[in-house]
Design a protein. Structure first.
Length: 160
C-alpha cells in the first residue's frame, strides 16, 4: 500500500516538505525532488550507535574483550559508504557527492546517511566483517547480510 503524500499547494523554489514516510522533498521549481538530507529535519545515527548495532548482530557485545576491534569495523563502515556510493550516488547529494570517512576514535560523530539507509550500512558492515572472519561457518551468514544490503539499496519501482 502506497503512502499518500500531501505536498503543499503553490510551492516556491527551495521549499522543503517532510513527508510522513520520513523523506524530505525539495521543490526544484518544476517538481518535488526526493532524498534531500538535512540534519534539521531528520535524526542521524552516530558512528558509535552503528557500531553497537553491528556488534549485536555479530554477537560481539562483551565490552571487556571485543572480538572485532573498532578500527576494523570503522574500516568496513567506510568501505560500505563507498559501496553505497557506487550503487546509489544519489544518496550523497547532501555531501556534494563526497563520500564521508570516519575515524575509529570519533564515535560521537553523526553519520551523513539518511536514517532510512542506516540499516543497509549496518548489514554491509556485518556482512563484510563476517566474510573476513576465518571461520567457514560465517560464509552463508555473511553472504545473506551482503545480499540484504544490495537489495535494500535497490530503487523502489513505482507503478502508475
Amino acid at each position: 500500500m502506497a503512502i499518500a503524500l500531501d505536498f503543499p499547494p503553490d510551492p516556491v523554489f527551495g521549499q522543503q516538505y517532510l513527508a510522513t514516510n520520513g523523506v524530505v522533498y525539495v521543490f526544484d521549481g518544476y517538481g518535488w525532488t526526493a532524498g534531500f538530507f538535512t540534519g534539521d529535519t531528520q535524526t542521524t545515527s552516530t558512528v558509535g550507535e552503528i557500531l553497537r548495532q553491528v556488534r549485536v548482530l555479530l554477537q560481539d557485545t562483551d565490552t571487556d574483550h571485543y572480538r572485532y576491534p573498532n578500527e576494523d569495523l570503522i574500516a568496513n563502515l567506510n568501505q560500505g559508504l563507498t559501496e553505497m556510493f557506487r550503487i546509489r550516488p544519489d544518496l550523497f547529494v547532501a555531501t556534494n557527492f563526497i563520500i564521508p570517512r570516519y575515524a575509529f576514535n570519533l564515535l560521537d560523530v553523526p553519520v551523513a546517511v539518511e536514517e532510512q539507509y542506516v540499516p543497509s550500512l549496518i548489514y554491509y558492515v556485518v556482512g563484510l566483517t563476517q566474510a573476513r572472519d576465518d571461520e567457514n561457518t560465517q560464509d552463508q551468514r555473511a553472504s545473506a547480510f551482503l545480499q540484504t544490503f544490495r537489495q535494500s539499496l535497490s530503487p523502489v519501482e513505482v507503478k502508475a
